[in-house]
Design a binder for this molecule. Structure first.
Ligand SMILES: N[C@@H](CCC(=O)N[C@@H](CS)C(=O)NCC(=O)O)C(=O)O
Length: 251
């Protein structure tokens, strides 16, 4: 059978893109990538992504939006190695943990911390909402970590074998680290140890080197840097140099 080559639209810095790239790496899938920030997508981007969000997966004529939908699609097309538990109840639990991370860690880590310190400041030249950032770091994230700590195993992964739950939760903590917010191992020892195990997996470690390099250079230089690192960038891009606000409310 001819092996598909997928196309991904979305920056390596996004936790939702990272989730998809880790799933693809784990399954040994090949892809090209247009690593744009959603806020720089032009009209053609909005035609593919009506919410102006990343990631988008393109498989031939098919356009698939939303990281959860994409990961599920990849799992169904390439069932081995599986990233969803075989047991029905555990599979539901994996999806719930994925949803918890996408929704709540997305709000606290991405919207209230990462977006405030990154795109809001550097792309839109708006001031950081310090009180909001501090509340997310000092009150809301600790509350999430208290809950996560109760879900964590003392060894291995959340549901035994590596699953979409580990990949999704860990993806968000990479963005927390990018704004210098770490999991305190004295307060949340199981979560801190689990996170270290997950982020040490080769799929995450390879991406971390790219993310760290990209985060250090201005946007116009990122494509050349990624090409010099051997990343499979597409020749065409949906990116522009003009920042635009998204469709979903984000302030
Ligand atoms: N539920 C979506 C969320 C994707 C998402 O929010 N991506 C962020 C990038 S980290 C984005 O595109 N934000 C732009 C916006 O919301 O306007 C998914 O799982 O793919």
């Amino acid at each position: 059978m001819h092996e598909p080559v997928y196309h991904i639209v979305g920056s390596y810095i996004s936790p939702y893109v990272r989730k998809v790239l880790v799933v693809m790496a784990h399954k040994g899938l090949r892809y090209s990538i247009d690593p744009i920030a959603p806020f720089l997508g032009g009209d053609a981007f909005q035609q593919l992504s009506p919410l102006r969000r990343i990631p988008v997966l393109i498989d031939g004529k098919r356009v698939i939006n939303d990281s959860t939908v994409i990961c599920q699609y990849l799992e169904e097309r390439h069932p081995t190695p599986s990233l969803y538990p075989a047991d029905l109840g555990e599979r539901a639990q994996a999806r719930w943990l994925e949803e918890y991370a996408d929704a709540r860690l997305g709000e606290v880590i991405v919207t209230d911390m990462f977006y405030q310190r990154g795109p809001k400041r550097f792309l839109f030249k708006e001031p950081l909402d310090e009180a909001r950032f501090n509340r997310a770091r000092d009150v809301e994230l600790p509350a999430s970590l208290d809950w996560l700590e109760a879900q964590m195993p003392s060894d291995g992964f959340v549901l035994g074998a590596l699953s979409i739950a580990d990949i999704t939760i860990a993806s968000f903590f990479r963005n927390a680290a990018m704004v210098r917010v770490e999991v305190d191992a004295t307060r949340w020892p199981l979560t801190a140890a689990w996170l270290q195990r997950v982020l040490s997996l080769p799929e995450f470690a390879r991406l971390a080197r790219i993310e760290d390099a990209v985060a250090r250079v201005p946007l116009p230089e990122q494509r050349d840097l990624l090409l010099s690192m051997g990343e499979p960038l597409s020749a065409d891009t949906l990116g522009t140099m003009t920042p635009r606000k998204g469709v979903m409310r984000l302030d």
